[in-house]
Design a protein around this ligand. Structure first.
Ligand SMILES: Cc1cc2nc3c(=O)[nH]c(=O)nc-3n(C[C@H](O)[C@H](O)[C@H](O)COP(=O)(O)OP(=O)(O)OC[C@H]3O[C@@H](n4cnc5c(N)ncnc54)[C@H](O)[C@@H]3O)c2cc1C
Length: 436
């Protein structure tokens, strides 16, 4: 019998399996697909290697993934720095304004708005510093409606990329949570210095070799004979009190501890008898689809390392030329670029794809005749959208021995960093519960 059964072999499930196995547990991972990695993997299309959406991994030097890599990885991926972020607004492109000087030079939005937002930032920092909870106030509530349309587009676009929701729903806390805005010091002046003077996005990286190199690093660090991964086995039912019976499309397994890394909102479908109130709170978690268009270009159009945020396009688009980080992702002399956007709820996906491609060729008409590969992906980036009202699930469930892990169990950060935080939370909970 295994000590722990993990449902799902995305990055959260695999990192959990690695950590638990290195802590001495015998682990079984059950994955419904016939591949591992979930939405964190790479594959080939016509000679190009695409990822599941453009990825920049944040806080690789000092964040939760670093902690897991230091503690449990035998090999670590080679990370390449992201470079600058550039914003495109009203047809012009400027570096993202990370600090005070950048903000004063950021003339893509009117000066009056920049001064107003700076004043607002001072007041918010003061309130935040006095310990107020900023998770219930939205960015929209904070700035009101008196800003110019360009400024509103800019703030709205940032909100969508940082939380998956509009500025009317995005909690102010999401911006203050960012490590860039934090300082060890409790002193307000120190915090403001951090906000206004420091260069952001320094610690954001692309894994050389693509997302597969991160997954491969985890897989090759798994201790021999302590982890078994079964692909193509969907978990259909989990039942039992102390000893859990896990039924899949192929077999049945029993164990005392189950870690579920699918959507928390789907848990009631596999576990009968969860308390009503708990099921009600899981039901409120919702997710949005992201659309990524990958283009293989027969020559180089993007010269610099770094990415562009198109705040004046419909849809808002994040443009990352991934082969600039690793030329081997494209055939020699060619370029691979990804264009990611959010799909509105209930939209016609085929129409959404057409519109996204038209937008790209409208903004960059010069690439249309040089596009030799196009590939579309519709994927869910986070298991729960962060809004002012979202109450995330906890790694502990009301059922003893049944735990959750993944991006709907943690508010901090996003993507792989959020997933890594959730794995650290899981390890602490298992420790406190006497399982580790
Ligand atoms: C377009 C896009 C851009 C992104 N950009 C970034 C970025 O820049 N930086 C960043 O850090 N992150 C980014 N992300 C997000 C990041 O990829 C995800 O947050 C992370 O990979 C989620 O990992 P997970 O393991 O929690 O979930 P998943 O990858 O969804 O894994 C869950 C796994 O569980 C399996 N499963 C579910 N139910 C069952 C069942 N009943 N039985 C068996 N198996 C089951 C699924 O098949 C899946 O493999 C992006 C994602 C997308 C789509």
């Amino acid at each position: 019998m295994h000590d722990v059964v993990i449902v799902g072999a995305g990055i959260s499930g695999l990192l959990s399996a690695l950590a638990l196995a290195k802590e001495g547990k015998k682990v079984l991972v059950l994955e419904k697909n016939d591949y591992v990695g979930g939405v964190c993997r790479s594959y080939k299309v016509d000679g190009y290697q695409v990822d599941t959406g453009p990825h920049m991994i944040t806080r690789t030097e000092s964040g939760p993934l670093r902690q897991l890599m230091d503690n449990y990885f035998d090999v670590v991926p080679n990370f390449v720095p992201h470079g600058g972020y550039y914003v495109r607004l009203n047809g012009r492109v400027k570096p993202f304004p990370w600090n005070l000087r950048g903000w004063f030079n950021f003339d893509l939005i009117p000066q009056m708005d920049r001064l107003y937002l700076l004043k607002t930032l001072f007041s918010v920092s003061y309130i935040f510093n006095s310990g107020s909870d900023m998770s219930k106030m939205s960015l929209g509530d904070l700035v009101g409606e008196n800003l110019s349309p360009s400024t509103m587009r800019f703030l709205n676009c940032l909100s969508y990329f940082m939380t998956g929701s509009s500025m009317k729903e995005t909690p102010v806390a999401r911006f203050l949570d960012a490590e860039h805005y934090k300082s060890q010091s409790k002193n307000l002046l120190d915090k403001l210095y951090n906000i206004l003077m420091k260069e952001g996005a320094k610690d954001q990286m692309y894994p050389k070799g693509g997302l597969n190199s991160l997954i491969n690093a985890v897989l090759s660090s798994l201790p021999e004979k302590r982890v078994e991964i079964r692909r193509g086995e969907e978990v259909l039912r989990i039942e039992g009190d102390e000893v859990k019976n896990v039924e899949t499309s192929v077999d049945e397994y029993s164990c005392n501890t189950v870690v579920y890394s699918g959507f928390a909102s789907d848990l009631p479908q596999v576990f009968d008898g969860l308390p009503e109130q708990y099921m009600g709170s899981l039901k409120k978690l919702y997710k949005v689809d992201a659309l990524t268009v990958w283009l293989g270009l027969d020559k180089r159009f993007f010269a610099r390392k770094g990415s562009e945020i198109w705040a004046d396009s419909d849809p808002y688009t994040w443009v990352v030329p991934t082969s600039n980080y690793d030329p081997s992702l494209a055939p020699k002399g060619k370029q691979l670029a990804s264009f990611a956007s959010m799909l509105p709820k209930d939209c016609d996906i085929e129409k959404g794809k057409r519109k996204a491609l038209e937008t790209i060729f409208h903004i960059m008409p010069e690439i249309e005749d040089h596009t030799e590969m196009s590939h579309f992906q519709v994927l869910i980036p986070e298991k729960a959208v962060l809004t002012v009202d979202t109450v995330f699930a906890n790694v502990r469930t009301p059922v003893a021995g049944l735990y959750l892990v993944g991006t709907d169990t943690e508010r901090r950060s996003m993507g792989v960093t959020r997933a890594s935080y959730s794995v650290l939370n899981l390890l602490s909970a298992l420790g406190e519960d006497g399982i580790l």
